[in-house]
Design a protein around this ligand. Structure first.
Ligand code: SF4
Length: 160
């Protein structure tokens, strides 16, 4: 079934364009952190993962490219992959930020490499293992940050 593009999806395309402009034209090495901060604020405000549904540039790109992709398939090594990829991603981000903090060009180049790698990985996995496989199982923002923040926020609101 073709992916439905609701008007809200255009926020995703705007976010994709803004990410490209900030990272590739303006060359802001911390573009990814701006996105992560925005995602966290959205989750804390709404108590649900609005960012993933409507604003994430990588989610939008997967939806746009994945019209013909199959549904997510089970993959036996998924837990291992998750526990390798997420720490590796954060280690690369922290290492890059600390080590190249005084060298703006290399900092930008390495952040761009990390972002492009994640985009590339998500697209390949979607083709191979189904729609939004990366989001469902591997995303280093959603699983260790957004989901716990969402649960904590909703618990705190319930206890009030
Ligand atoms: S799971 Fe990750 S990549 Fe997917 S939409 Fe959410 S933040 Fe974006």
């Amino acid at each position: 079934m073709p992916t439905k593009f609701t008007p809200l999806k255009y926020f995703g395309f705007a976010s994709l364009a803004a990410t490209f402009a900030l990272m590739c034209v303006v060359r802001l090495w911390y573009t990814m952190f701006l996105l992560f901060g925005f995602a966290l604020v959205m989750v804390l405000l709404h108590g649900k993962n609005t960012y993933c549904a409507h604003y994430c540039p990588l989610g939008t790109l997967q939806d746009a490219m994945g019209e013909k992709s199959p549904r997510v398939r089970p993959f036996p090594g998924v837990r291992l992959l998750k526990y390798l990829l997420i720490p590796l991603f954060w280690a690369a981000v922290i290492y890059t930020t600390v080590v190249f903090q005084r060298d703006g060009v290399r900092l930008w180049v390495w952040m761009l490499r990390i972002m492009v790698s994640m985009f590339f990985l998500a697209m390949v996995l979607q083709e191979w293992l189904g729609r939004r496989f990366f989001c469902v199982h591997l995303c280093p923002l959603r699983h260790p940050v957004l989901e716990p923040a969402r649960r904590a926020r909703n618990l705190a609101v319930k206890r009030r």
